[in-house]
Every structure is written in C-alpha cells, then in structure tokens.
Design a protein. Structure first.
Length: 380
C-alpha cells in the first residue's frame, strides 16, 4: 500500500524522469511515456488524443505478418495515419523468421518511423497460430525472428515480450539476452506470463531481471516497463523498481488519456468535467473524421465512451446509454448534457476514493473472453 508521502515521491520521480526526451536511434521522442499498440483500440482517433495529451510514442495496433503478406484489406486499412502523427510506430507478430522478415520489409517501405515485434499477445487465436506469446517458448526461434527483422530494416527496432509462457516456464532472462544479441534497439517487458490474468500483479523483480540480462549483452538497449500502469504513481514504482528508461501504458490509458500529461509533467491525470467534455467531444470529432458519420462508426466508439464513463458523480448512469448509442450526434448530446449537470471545475475523482475510478475492464473482455487479437490472421 502506498501512503501519501510515498505517492508524492513517486509522482515527483515520474515527472523528473519520464518527462525528459529520449533519443531512440535517429528519433528524438518528446518524453518516455508511450501508448501501447492495443489491438482493437489504438486506432487513428485514439492515438491522436493520446499524442495531444502528451504520449511520447504511439503505435499502430498489432498486425499479423501473414495478413500483411497477403495484403488483407482490413490490415492494410489499419496502416492509416493522420498527417499530425509525425512519429509513429507499427507492431507486427508472426510465427517464423521468414514471414516476419518479409513483413518488416513491407512496413519499412511504408515509412513508419519504428517497428516493433510482438512476442507477448496472450489472445488464444493469436497464440494458437504460433504468434504473440507462443514465441516465448522457444528462445532460439525468438532470436532468429528478431535477427531476421533486424536484417530487414535500418529503422529503430523494438520487441515486446512477457516473462514467459507459464509461471512454471519463466525464461525472461534467456529471451531478453537473445533479443539483445539479435540487435533490437529497444525492449518492452510486460511483467506477467501468458497464463496470468490481470488479477495477478505484474512482477517488478521479473521485469528488472529481464532488463539486467539484456543490458549485460547490450548496455545501450532501451528498456521500457509495461503492466499495471493505471496512474502516475504506478509508473514511479515501475521506474524505481526496474531501472527502466521509460514506460508503456496499456489499460491505464483506456478512457484516461490524461495519464500521459501527468507522466509528461504537463498537468493533472484527473481532468475537470470541462476538460473531460472537451476531450471526449474532440475524440468523437476525430472518430467521425476517420470513420465517417455512420451507425458503424457509432458502434466502434462505444467502447471508448464506456471507458470514459467513470470518476464523476452519477456518471455510471451513462454506461447503459453509451453501450447502445445509435449515432455520433447522439453521443455528443449525451456527453454535453451530462457535463452541464456538474460544476465546470469539478475534477475527476474529487471526493471519491481512488478505487472508484476503476470500473469493469472491457479490455480484459476483448482480449480474453472475446479473444480479440490482431485484426486478421491472414485471411485473404
């Protein structure tokens, strides 16, 4: 349990460390707080919001190497970027070195500034196809894949992994040493195994051990901690316990893009209701700009609206209407009408216990219960 004094120390540590620029190969990143490439979430509108609120690096959501190689329509659409996205990464997963290498060559030609190899996705359909965290089971194959990706691009290359496939097969040190040997410039470790649920806290010692093994091979490799970063204080704990160079926020950014301005030392992670309204409406505008003003577009935004619906008095009442909102215009009306019921300077979480900000975790449902993963696994 973190007391108020420790909380202040963590927040100060975060703003002092994470707000500083990071040199990543030829890229100068504005800070060290990144948005994870979340499958089904990290689309153009959400990335723009997070970038504007301080995210130092964002990624296109995870793509399938096989789908890229067969030019799957949905996968190609996912490669869209907005002109405002000056630095953008892309993440790919694949079952073998050959297909990863060929897909990385394609992504290199698409002029993304950095490429990431996913070796940590836990979704059943991803793992069942030999992708994502399935790769953690075979260190030699993992090293071959990273080496093949390294040979396919001169752009900064990163790899995202977990501690191991199961609690009985934690091999993070062997895998991170292999990743460093194969030439990755950056390493992100999620501090759980593939079988762990979110009910199990990330292992900070496990992350630290993985980073130490990678640095023993390449002292210059950039290390990024991931997992359970739900507020700024969590990033402070991560940095102090693991010695990471930066953090990657996943679930903590859902309905909470303000976490990035806190991590960047640019403001509070708890918006006022006026800031909340402005951000949600801007997100809806970006959503319409990207997807059009259609019923399908409205359905696609529902999950974000559900995540935004927390932390203010009586806001839980919006969840049922957000879950069935028929149009973007109706969503805007609901957001603005709710905001009018509260003082404009009321800050999220005010007079509420911190845990009241947490609601049902639809991202967990997407990943595990609904088995969401890459947009397509190779279907033509």
């Amino acid at each position: 349990m973190v007391d108020s004094r420790q909380l202040r120390e963590y927040v100060l540590f975060v703003s002092a460390m994470l707000s500083t620029p990071l040199q990543y190969g030829p890229l100068t990143l504005r800070n060290r707080a990144f948005l994870a490439p979340l499958a089904g979430v990290s689309d153009v509108p959400f990335r723009r919001i997070c970038q504007e609120l301080g995210a130092g690096l964002t990624f296109v959501e995870m793509l399938s190497a096989i789908a890229l190689l067969v030019q799957n329509d949905r996968t190609i659409q996912m490669l869209s970027r907005h002109p405002s996205e000056k630095i953008l990464g892309v993440q790919v997963t694949g079952p073998d070195a050959d297909r990863i290498q060929r897909s990385v060559r394609l992504l290199d030609q698409s002029h993304f500034e950095t490429i990431d190899i996913n070796m940590g996705c836990p979704a059943r359909k991803v793992v069942g196809s030999g992708n994502g965290s399935a790769l953690l089971k075979d260190t030699a194959r993992l090293e071959d894949i990273v080496a093949a990706a390294r040979a396919a691009t001169t752009r900064p290359l990163s790899v995202k992994i977990r501690l191991g496939f199961t609690a009985d097969a934690i091999n993070v040190e062997a895998n991170t040493a292999a990743i460093a040997r194969a030439g990755a410039d950056m390493l992100t470790i999620h501090g759980r195994t593939r079988e762990d649920t979110y009910a199990i806290r990330v292992s900070l010692p496990g992350i630290a051990a993985g980073f130490a093994a990678a640095r023993a091979v390449n002292p210059k490799i950039i290390t990024i901690g991931n997992g359970d970063l739900m507020e700024a204080a969590d990033a402070g704990k991560m940095a102090q316990a693991t010695g990471c160079d930066g953090v990657m926020v996943s679930r903590g950014a859902l309905g909470n893009p303000w976490i990035f301005r806190a991590l960047a030392g640019e403001g509070s992670e708890d918006p006022t209701i006026a800031e909340w309204e402005e951000t949600v409406l801007r997100h809806l505008d970006y959503h319409e700009e990207h997807y059009g003003d259609t019923e399908i577009a409205a359905r696609l935004t529902r999950k974000h609206l559900l995540w935004y619906a927390s932390g203010f008095p009586h806001i839980h009442r919006l969840r049922e209407v957000f879950n069935t909102v028929p149009s973007l215009a109706e969503a805007r009306r609901i957001v603005s009408e709710f905001a009018k019921t509260l003082p404009s300077d009321l800050r999220r979480g005010e007079d509420l216990p911190r845990e009241a900000l947490a609601s049902a975790d639809p991202k967990y449902q997407m990943d595990r219960q609904l088995d969401r993963g890459v947009g397509a696994l190779g279907e033509a």
